[in-house]
Design a protein around this ligand. Sequence first.
Ligand SMILES: [Zn+2]
Length: 204
Amino acid sequence: LPTTHLKDGHQNYKNEFKKNEEQFLKLAREGQSPKVLWIGCSDSRVIPEKIMSANPGDIFTHRNIANIIPPKDSGENCTSSVIEYAVKHLNVEHIVICGHTECGGIKAVLSDQSNSEDKALVNWLKYANPAKEKLLNQNPNSEPDYLDTIKQNVLLQKENLLNYEYIKNKSQSGDIKIHAWLYDLHTGTISANNNKDNSWQNIV
Ligand SMILES: [Zn+2]
């Protein structure tokens, strides 16, 4: 194992497991029924289960660089297959799209990528470009602000999600709630977008 830190960590986990064995075995026996699908960034500092103090079985998770949901006609199946399974088979009631401050993916989107040799990264991050372009359109005379772009990207991904017909239907009928969230690395606080006035308010 890479570090003794992780090795010790796993030993602690095994001790916890033994202590709560009944609960774990119940999950193994009965299967999962999470109520929440979390689509977040791969960033090592933004760990959904830790931020929400969640237990095994609570959150169905998909993380990628810059918490992106590729448009439905993009041909990308990784993210959309997770969404499909969570919504159609696990019947989750909430979908959280969670961006975060200091997102390296969005920093890359704001930088000049034209000479980058990281083909996969550039190809992936193009799905966040419309967030930058929208801000540029609103204010052509200044470079888009980092934090504004991070927030705009969360809203863009929510739009992409709602372009899936079955998601739109479940959202309109109230069977599913979609949350656009931002995690602040400096304060450990989550704020949610209020689509009525576009403000961001702490969830607790
Ligand atoms: Zn990130």
